[in-house]
Design a protein around this ligand. Structure first.
Ligand SMILES: Nc1ncnc2c1ncn2[C@@H]1O[C@H](COP(=O)(O)OP(=O)(O)OP(=O)(O)O)[C@@H](O)[C@H]1O
Ligand SMILES: [Mg+2]
Length: 507
C-alpha cells in the first residue's frame, strides 16, 4: 500500500513543497525514513510511532518506508511528523485515500498525539496554492498565521485524533479565518514626552522619513534611550508586502503570535549588548534569522553601542551595506533579508560626562580614545545621522512645555515617505536610504552652489566616498521633508552637519 501526503518546509525564509510517500511492505516491522532527513526528522520516527500507539491506531506490523521527496534537499525540523503519521494511517487504510487530496499538512507531534506548533507556517501557506494545495492542516497555534493567505481553507488541529476523525468524515475541524490586522502603536510612548532637544528630535524625524541610520551621543540621562524608543511612534506604516516580509521572518523564527499573525507595526529590536555575533546576524547551529533580520523593515536599536562585542559590531557591516545577510552552513549558504534602520546610542567617554555642561569628565584621553575606537571607522561611516544630545537641566525640564506629539511628526514623515515611494517605484525601493549609486545619480542632482558646498565639506572633514553618497541621500530626504523637488544648499549644509562627529568626536 502506498500513500502520498503533501507537506512543506522552509530553507532560510523560502518555502518548498515536500511529498511524504509512505510504503507499507511485507516483512518484519522496520520503520525507515529516506530522502535526506536530518536529526529532528530522523527522530520523527520515534514520535510518530509513539503517537500512533498512544492514540490507539496502532503501528502497522509491516515494513514501513517513508520517503521525503525531492531527495536532494536536506529536510530539517519537526514539521513532517503529522504528514508522516497521516500518510501511514492512509496506507494502512485508516484514512480514506481521497481525504488528503489537495491538502498540505504540517505539524509536530508529541508522544501522546497532541499537535505542536512549528516554525515557518506563514511562508509555506503563502506558496501552498502554487504547490497544488487548496486546504491546509496545521497546528492550531499556527492556524491564524496560515489564514493570513487568501483563498486557502485553513484547518487548525489540536490532536492527531481530531485530524483523523475529521478526515473520516466525523467531526469537522475548525476552519480558521483571517484575523483583522493589529496595528496599534505602543500608546504608552509618545514623542510629546521628550521636552526640548530640537536637534535630536529633528534627527529622529529625518531618520524615520528616509530610513537613515542614526547615532545619539551624550551623557547619562540626556534622553538618548528615551528618544530612540519613540522612533516606532513616528515611523511610516508598512504596506501589505512589507508586513508579509517582516511577518515571514518572525514566522521562521517562531516568534509570530496567534493574536497578531501579520505584524502591524514595524519591528523594533533592541538586543542586549552581550548578544553574540551569531544571534545578531543569524546562523549558528539552528540557522535561525538573527536580530538584523528580525529587524527587517524596522529598527535595530543598539543601546550602549561601545559595550557590544567588536566582532558582533563588525558583522553588521555586510547587512548594513547589502540589506541582507548570508549565513554559511555546512552544505550550503542561506540568505536572509536584513533591511533595517540602525539606531544606536552611546556615551561620549567611559565615565559619560565628556563635554557635559555641569559635570567634569574623569577620563584620561587614552581611555576616551580606546572607548571610541570600539566603534570602527567603517561602521561609523554607515551611520548617516550622528547627533550630540546634551542634557536638559532639571529646572529647564520643569519649565519647558511638552514636545510636539508623535502623530504630528508622523504626518510629516508619511508625506516625505510617500514622495520617495512614488519616485523610487521603478527601482523597487521604498526609501532614500536604500538608493544605490544609479538612483543617487538620477535623483540627487545638486546645483552649483550646493555642489561646491558639499565638495568643501568633504575636503575639510576628510570624508570618504561612501560618506559623500550618504550625505546626498540625507539631503534628498531633507528636501522631501520640505516637499521640494530640488536639493538646495541648505539641505546639503544640514546633511553635512550630521556627519561632523565623524571627525570631531570619534575618528
Ligand atoms: N528631554 C527630556 N524630556 C523629558 N524627560 C527627559 C528628557 N531627558 C531626560 N529625561 C528623563 O531622564 C530619563 C533618562 O533618560 P534616558 O534613559 O533616555 O537617558 P540616556 O541618555 O539613555 O542615559 P544613559 O546614557 O545613562 O543610558 C528619562 O527616562 C526621562 O525621564
Ligand atoms: Mg540610555
Amino acid at each position: 500500500m502506498l500513500a502520498r501526503v503533501l507537506a512543506g518546509a522552509v530553507i532560510g525564509i523560502e518555502a518548498y513543497a515536500v511529498e511524504v510517500e509512505v510504503d507499507l511492505g511485507r516483512g518484519m516491522m522496520v520503520f525507515s525514513t529516506v530522502g535526506l532527513p536530518a536529526g529532528a526528522v530522523v527522530e520523527a520516527r520515534t514520535r510518530v510511532k509513539s503517537a500512533l500507539d498512544n492514540c490507539g491506531f496502532g503501528f502497522p506490523q509491516r515494513r514501513v518506508t517513508v520517503n521525503l521527496a525531492p531527495g536532494h534537499i536536506r529536510k530539517e525540523g519537526t514539521a513532517f511528523d503529522l504528514p508522516m503519521a497521516l500518510g501511514i494511517l492512509q496506507a494502512d487504510g485508516k484514512v480514506p485515500p481521497e481525504a488528503l487530496a489537495s491538502t498540505l499538512v504540517v505539524g509536530e507531534l508529541s508522544l501522546d498525539g497532541r499537535v505542536r506548533p512549528i516554525r515557518g507556517v506563514l511562508p509555506i501557506a503563502a506558496r501552498a496554492l502554487e504547490f497544488g494545495a487548496r486546504r491546509l492542516i496545521v497546528p492550531y497555534e499556527n492556524a491564524a498565521e496560515a489564514a493570513v493567505v487568501e483563498d486557502l481553507e485553513v484547518l487548525g488541529v489540536h490532536h492527531l485524533v481530531d485530524a483523523v476523525e475529521a478526515l473520516n468524515g466525523g467531526t469537522s475541524l475548525q476552519q480558521v479565518h483571517p484575523t483583522p490586522p493589529a496595528s496599534t502603536p505602543d500608546g504608552a510612548l509618545d514623542l510629546a514626552d521628550v521636552k526640548g532637544q530640537p536637534v535630536a528630535r529633528r534627527a529622529l524625524e529625518v531618520s524615520a522619513a528616509g530610513g537613515h541610520n542614526l547615532l545619539f551621543i551624550g551623557p547619562p540621562g540626556a534622553g538618548k534611550t528615551m528618544l530612540a524608543r519613540r522612533l516606532p511612534t513616528i515611523a511610516p506604516p508598512m504596506d501589505f508586502a512589507e508586513r508579509l516580509e517582516a511577518s515571514t521572518i518572525a514566522s521562521v523564527a517562531g516568534l509570530l503570535r496567534p493574536e497578531s499573525p501579520l505584524l502591524g507595526e514595524r519591528p523594533f529590536r533592541a538586543p542586549h549588548h552581550s548578544v553574540s555575533s551569531a544571534a545578531l546576524t543569524g546562523g549558528g547551529p539552528l540557522s535561525r534569522p538573527g536580530e538584523v533580520s528580525l529587524a527587517h523593515r524596522g529598527v535595530l536599536f543598539l543601546d550602549e553601542l561601545p559595550e557590544f562585542r567588536r566582532h558582533a559590531l563588525e558583522a553588521l557591516r555586510q547587512p548594513l551595506e547589502d540589506g541582507e545577510v548570508t549565513v554559511a552552513r555546512a552544505q550550503f549558504t542561506l540568505t536572509y533579508p536584513a533591511q533595517f534602520t540602525l539606531v544606536a546610542a552611546m556615551n561620549p567617554c567611559p565615565c559619560g560626562y565628556l563635554g557635559h555642561p555641569r559635570q567634569a569628565c574623569e577620563c584620561h584621553p587614552t581611555a576616551v580614545r580606546a572607548y571610541r575606537n570600539r566603534i570602527s571607522g567603517p561602521l561609523l561611516d554607515r551611520i548617516d545621522l550622528q547627533v550630540s544630545v546634551d542634557p536638559v537641566g532639571a529646572v529647564t525640564l520643569r519649565e519647558t512645555p511638552t514636545g510636539e506629539p508623535s502623530h504630528a511628526v508622523r504626518a510629516r514623515v508619511e508625506a516625505a515617505r510617500a514622495i520617495q515611494v512614488a519616485r523610487l517605484r521603478p527601482s523597487g525601493l521604498t526609501c532614500n536610504a536604500h538608493m544605490r549609486p544609479r538612483e543617487i545619480r538620477a535623483h540627487c542632482a545638486l546645483d552649483d552652489r550646493a555642489s561646491a558646498l558639499l565638495l568643501r565639506a568633504i575636503e575639510k572633514l576628510g570624508l570618504s566616498a561612501r560618506a559623500h553618497d550618504r550625505i546626498l541621500k540625507v539631503a534628498r530626504t531633507l528636501a522631501d521633508l520640505d516637499g521640494l523637488a530640488d536639493i538646495g544648499p541648505r539641505h546639503v549644509a544640514e546633511a553635512v552637519q550630521y556627519r561632523q562627529l565623524d571627525r570631531e568626536g570619534l575618528a
